[in-house]
Design a protein around this ligand. Structure first.
Ligand SMILES: [Zn+2]
Length: 355
């Protein structure tokens, strides 16, 4: 069967579906530039039933998703053809609307799968699928892969700033630099972790530009204001400067999809594990991502580093339960920022002596 034979337009759906063994699994997406995360996702989705039907956003419907004026890069027919070439995919069809609800009603799959950390209970798709006794399941993507990040990396400007020369140490804030007390937003509550300042000084002296990259969903949730956040960061910078530590940049994501503050309650591409903050810093500060290192305390930090193409991603232990489990994609696990900085510099010294 050639890939083209697996592509099916709406009028032919009933006849084609009748030939597919049940249970039918259906999922949908843009699948613009297929990467490892997509292939692994579709493989896992297909294993939930006997046949996997993939509904691809038409070009018009993909543009409604706000990924950028020039997305999708590949036309719907071409995206469908690539998907149809995968062994896990049984049938590929298209939908023109923002959500696939109408198509769901036409196909009536036994299982509807959505890629990502969705709360399926709140989705209309779930209500619809359950109306004929079907199930609705969220299947998280393997972290560390992103078409948007790939496109940005390809498009990095190659002007006078090329190739980028500075290496950065990207530092998560809460749990790495300061005690993570949950939505810290007042200087009175800000407490540097033992050795954090010394660790930063070591990295700075070794030539790393220090760049803080921090998720601040407390802004989207309405726990504190942008003003309060900025005041806290000024106080932190000043305290560091008194200790001889200069920050090259501080980048934060104020968003959260289930936030309460309008404008901030969105699916953004800067909240880690998305790589947006790292890519923005690299562009603005002329940083070489492959020569840089990230130090974080959560799996989302490591995943963001991998997605952005940061050379080394180090996990430090914090009180956050997420840090205890470790991360398969981390290049090392350390007790603290200071411990991590010492090990990194030791490694560098040994490499220099060997080379
Ligand atoms: Zn964001």
């Amino acid at each position: 069967m050639s890939p083209q034979d697996k592509i099916c337009w709406a009028p032919d759906l009933p006849a084609r579906l009748a030939t597919l063994p049940r249970p039918w699994v259906m999922t949908n997406g843009v699948f613009d530039v297929l990467h490892r995360g997509h292939v692994s996702y579709l493989q896992r989705a297909s294993q939930m039933g006997a046949s996997l039907v993939v509904a691809v956003n038409s070009d018009a419907s993909a543009r409604l998703l706000g990924k950028g004026p020039d997305r999708p890069l590949n036309a719907a027919q071409d995206r469908a053809f690539v998907l149809a070439g995968l062994a896990s995919v049984g049938l590929v069809t298209f939908f023109e609307t923002r959500t696939p609800v109408e198509l769901l009603r036409a196909i009536r799959p036994d299982i509807y799968v959505k890629g990502g950390d969705y709360d399926m209970e709140t989705l209309e798709e779930t209500r619809v699928v359950r109306s004929w006794g079907g199930q609705s399941v969220a299947l998280p993507f393997v972290e560390g892969f992103s078409t948007t990040a790939l496109v940005q990396r390809i498009r990095q400007p190659q002007g006078s700033n090329w190739p980028p020369t500075r290496q950065a140490a990207f530092l998560d804030r809460d749990g790495v630099i300061n005690q993570d007390k949950g939505y810290v937003h007042r200087w009175e509550d800000f407490e540097f972790l033992p050795g954090a300042i010394e660790g930063m000084r070591l990295l700075q002296d070794a030539g790393y530009a220090l760049v803080v990259v921090t998720n601040q969903s407390g802004l989207a949730r309405g726990h504190f204001t942008e003003q309060a956040y900025q005041a806290l960061m000024r106080a932190m910078r000043e305290a560091l400067e008194r200790e001889g530590v200069q920050l090259a940049g501080v980048y934060h994501c104020p968003h959260h999809p289930s936030g309460a503050v309008s404008g901030l309650a969105i699916e953004c591409d800067c909240r880690k594990p998305a790589p947006g903050l790292l890519l923005q810093a690299a562009r603005e500060l002329n940083l070489s991502l492959t020569d840089s290192v990230l130090i974080g305390d959560k799996p989302s930090d490591i995943a963001a580093a991998r997605a952005a193409g940061v050379g080394l991603a180090c996990l430090v232990h914090s009180d956050n339960p997420e840090s205890a489990a470790g991360h398969p994609l981390a290049d090392g696990h350390f007790d603290s920022l200071l411990d991590c900085a010492k090990q990194l510099l030791l490694q560098r010294k040994q490499q220099k002596m060997a080379g």
